[in-house]
Design a protein around this ligand. Structure first.
Ligand SMILES: CC(C)(COP(=O)(O)OP(=O)(O)OC[C@H]1O[C@@H](n2cnc3c(N)ncnc32)[C@H](O)[C@@H]1OP(=O)(O)O)[C@@H](O)C(=O)NCCC(=O)NCCSC(=O)CCC(=O)c1ccccc1C(=O)O
Length: 266
């Protein structure tokens, strides 16, 4: 039986599965349930012989995904309930890498924080000309010291990765393309059709060759999964068990600047 989802949509068109993060009122920010549903959808696409490519996108015109649901974190101190009882963001990252079919991020708006990390992890990125990219963790008491930093540095280089994380600026689609963060920029109205055309072009090729290639590209950075596990444990401690982490989320929910000064490291 096909599961019904609350936070995402899942459709299959020919050789392409489309996973749409669907919480537009929160700019498609994810909570534990969203992440659990996404893992389930990726595994469905993995098991479906008809599917050769997955497109990951966001509902609405504003956002692809703006990362963890900061309001949920401010309200309950965690990312909310899920069937497993866990917030499995690390597992989602690994699933996007491990599914032996290319994943195309179709970035339809803001890709910020953990939402930016999701597109970074996808095999290819096509962006609307209106899309914007950036990390925001240090503004809200969060970080991704696993794939979100190490793998990003592989893509854009150390200096740019550090700039992206330390300054938390937003970059337009043209800059992202110039930096090698995205493969193509297209008019917003054409985004999904163009993504589907690219998927169809890939689907004409030998699935076994593509599978081996994806695994080969991944092999060189698979050691970062260990870093990612460490990073998730550190982040869990930081966000859920420190006043500094809580201050970031509370300030966002209260629409004020966070007060981080007193936590300056020695
Ligand atoms: C994205 C913004 C810069 C957009 O600004 P703007 O265009 O002015 O729109 P807003 O009015 O701010 O937003 C509209 C509406 O959406 C709500 N919203 C937006 N983003 C979120 C969010 N992330 N969580 C909850 N709600 C959100 C916003 O409050 C508005 O609602 P109203 O009711 O109208 O008020 C700006 O919105 C912004 O800065 N958003 C926050 C971005 C952010 O900091 N995201 C979290 C980054 S940290 C993170 O993702 C860590 C979680 C995580 O991914 C993770 C966890 C554990 C291990 C690893 C990871 C990992 O990083 O991978």
């Amino acid at each position: 039986m096909n599961p019904t989802y609350e936070d995402i949509d899942y459709t299959v068109e020919g050789p392409t599965a489309i996973i749409t993060m669907n919480r537009p009122q929160r700019y498609n920010a994810f909570r534990a349930k969203t992440v659990e549903e996404m893992i389930n959808a990726f595994r469905r696409a993995w098991a479906d012989q008809q599917v050769q490519v997955v497109i990951l996108t966001g509902a609405g015109e504003k956002a692809f995904c703006t990362g963890g649901d900061v309001k949920q974190r401010a309200e309950t101190g965690d990312y909310g309930p899920s069937e497993s009882g866990m917030f499995e963001i690390g597992n989602l990252h690994k699933t996007i890498r491990d599914i032996p079919k290319p994943v195309i991020a179709a970035v339809n708006g803001l890709a910020i924080g953990g939402g930016h990390v999701l597109h970074v992890l996808c095999d290819l990125t096509i962006a609307a000309d209106t899309a914007r990219f950036g990390q925001s963790g240090p503004k809200v008491g969060s970080f991704d010291a696993g794939f979100g930093s190490a793998f990003l540095a592989r893509i854009v280089g150390e200096k740019r990765a550090r700039e992206i994380w330390y300054l938390c600026r937003q970059y337009d689609a043209e800059t992202a393309e110039r930096w090698g963060l995205v493969n193509w920029v297209v008019p917003a109205a054409d985004l999904l059709d163009e993504a589907k055309k690219i998927a169809a072009e890939i689907a004409e090729k030998s699935p076994t060759a593509i599978r081996f290639l994806k695994q080969s590209f991944n092999a060189d950075t698979d050691h970062q999964a260990g870093l990612s596990n460490l990073a998730m444990s550190a982040l869990d401690l930081f966000t859920h068990h420190t006043a500094e982490g809580a201050e970031g989320a509370t300030a966002f929910a209260e629409k004020r600047m966070p007060e981080f000064n007193k936590y300056a490291a020695i």
